[in-house]
Design a protein. Structure first.
Lengths: 113, 114
C-alpha cells in the first residue's frame, strides 16, 4: 500500500507568481483534502475534492484553486502569490462518506519572497 | 472563531511521565475527534481517534478521554519516551456535513526529557 505523496518538497517563489503543488492519494482513497499550515499553527482546511469536483471550501480566496484527476491525484494552484501564502501545504487522502480517517502527506514547504 | 481550543501550548515532562493535552470544542455537530502527531518537517500522522458514543479509547500507550457534556476531550500518553517529543494536534469533524473537513487546534509542543 502506497502512502500519500506530495511534490515538490520545497519551493521558493516571488510575490505575484503562480504555483502548482501536486498530491498522489493513498492507494484505494478517492477523496483529497488540502490544508495550509502556517508556522506554529494547526492546519487550516482549504478545500476537498471528490469525484473530480470541489466538495467544500474553507475561508480561502478564489486565487486558491484545485483539480482532481480520474486516478484521484490532485493539484493545488495558487495565483498572485502573497507573502502570507508562505506555509506548509498538506494534502490528505481518505475514503468518501462517513467516519473515514484522513491520512496526510509530508507536505510542500512554500516560501514566497 | 476558534472552534477547537487546545492547551497547553507547550509541555515538558520527564521520561516515564504522563503528559495530558486538553481540547475543547464549540460545535455540537462535531462527532469525530482524531489526534495527530507531527515531527518537524513532516506531515501530521494519525495517532488515535474517538467518536462520542464512547468515553475512553486506548491504543497502545495513547488514551483519549471524552466528555460529551463538557465538550472536552484529552490525550494521555502513558510511560512517555523521548521519541514522543513532537507537536500534537487535536481535531474535530462533522460527519453530517457535505465534507469531512478537519478543524484543528493550535497544537501542543511536547518535550520528553531523558
Amino acid at each position: 500500500e502506497t502512502g500519500v505523496t506530495q511534490s515538490p518538497t520545497h519551493l521558493i517563489k516571488t510575490r505575484g507568481q503562480q504555483v502548482t503543488l501536486r498530491c498522489s492519494s493513498q492507494s484505494g482513497h478517492n477523496t483529497v483534502s488540502w490544508y495550509q499550515q502556517a508556522l506554529g499553527q494547526g492546519p487550516q482546511f482549504i478545500f476537498q475534492y471528490y469525484r473530480e469536483e470541489e466538495n467544500g471550501r474553507g475561508n480561502f480566496p478564489p486565487r486558491f484553486s484545485g483539480l482532481q484527476f480520474p486516478n484521484y491525484s490532485s493539484e493545488l494552484n495558487v495565483n498572485a502569490l502573497e507573502l502570507d501564502d508562505s506555509a506548509l501545504y498538506l494534502c490528505a487522502s481518505s475514503l468518501a462518506g462517513g467516519f473515514y480517517e484522513q491520512y496526510f502527506g509530508p507536505g510542500t514547504r512554500l516560501t514566497v519572497t | 472563531q476558534q472552534q477547537v481550543k487546545q492547551s497547553p501550548q507547550s509541555l515538558i515532562v520527564q521520561k516515564g511521565g504522563i503528559p495530558i493535552i486538553n481540547c475543547a470544542y464549540e460545535n455540537t455537530a462535531f462527532d469525530y475527534f482524531p489526534w495527530y502527531q507531527q515531527f518537524p518537517g513532516k506531515g501530521p500522522a494519525l495517532l488515535i481517534a474517538i467518536r462520542p458514543d464512547v468515553s475512553e479509547k486506548k491504543e497502545g500507550r495513547f488514551t483519549i478521554s471524552f466528555n460529551k457534556s463538557a465538550k472536552q476531550f484529552s490525550l494521555h500518553i502513558m510511560d512517555s519516551q523521548p521519541g514522543d517529543s513532537a507537536t500534537y494536534f487535536c481535531a474535530a469533524s462533522n460527519s453530517g456535513g457535505s465534507n469531512y473537513k478537519l478543524t484543528f487546534g493550535k497544537g501542543t509542543l511536547l518535550t520528553v526529557n531523558p
